[in-house]
Design a protein. Structure first.
Length: 172
C-alpha cells in the first residue's frame, strides 16, 4: 500500500513539474524581451495642478532569470530631467511580479501584479500621497517586436482615474 501511495505521489509530482516547466520558460522568454537599449517618449502629469508634459526617455533594460531591470533618464526639455527605474522579479510559486519603481519625487514605490499575455498589470503603492492617494495602477506591455508601452493610471484629486504617465518606447 505504501509503495502504491509513493508511486502515485511521485507521478503527481512529475506531472506537476512537467506542467510548470513550459510556464517557467514562457516567463523567461517574456523577461528576455526587455534586454537592450530603449528610447521614446510620451506624456506625464506631475501633479494635480499641471497638465500633460511631453517627455523623452533613454533607458537600458536587462532581463535575466526571473528579474527585469530597466533604468535610465526621462527629460522634459528644460522643465526636468529625472532618473527612472523599474526592478521587478517574477515569483514562480505565486505567478506574481513584485518589485519597485523609482522616478517620482514621492520616493520609491512598491509594485505587485501579474502578467497576462504581453502585459504585466501592477498595483503601484507610493510611500506618500501622489495625486491625493497612495495607489495607482501601472501596466507594462512588451509586444515582443521591440515595442514597450508603460501606462500609469491614477485618480487625480477628486476627479476621475486617468493616465498620468503614457510612454511608448522602442528597442534601438
Amino acid at each position: 500500500m505504501a509503495n502504491a501511495t509513493n508511486r502515485v505521489l511521485l507521478a503527481a509530482l512529475l506531472v506537476a513539474g512537467a506542467s510548470a516547466m513550459p510556464a517557467a520558460a514562457a516567463e523567461e522568454n517574456f523577461i528576455d524581451r526587455f534586454d537592450g537599449a530603449w528610447g521614446g517618449g510620451g506624456v506625464v502629469i506631475e501633479d494635480e495642478e499641471s497638465g500633460p508634459t511631453k517627455v523623452n526617455c533613454s533607458l537600458r533594460g536587462e532581463g535575466e532569470g526571473n528579474e527585469i531591470k530597466v533604468s535610465g533618464r526621462c527629460r522634459a526639455y528644460a522643465i526636468f530631467s529625472r532618473k527612472v527605474a523599474v526592478n521587478v522579479r517574477y515569483q514562480p510559486g505565486s505567478g506574481t511580479y513584485t518589485g519597485t519603481y523609482t522616478g517620482s519625487p514621492a520616493g520609491v514605490a512598491r509594485l505587485s501584479g501579474k502578467r497576462r499575455g504581453d502585459t504585466v498589470s501592477l498595483t503601484l503603492t507610493w510611500p506618500k500621497e501622489v495625486m491625493g492617494d497612495t495607489r495607482a495602477s501601472m501596466s507594462i506591455t512588451n509586444d515582443g517586436n521591440g515595442r514597450v508601452r508603460v501606462l500609469v493610471n491614477d485618480k487625480v484629486g477628486k476627479g476621475p482615474v486617468k493616465p498620468i504617465t503614457d510612454l511608448a518606447l522602442a528597442n534601438s
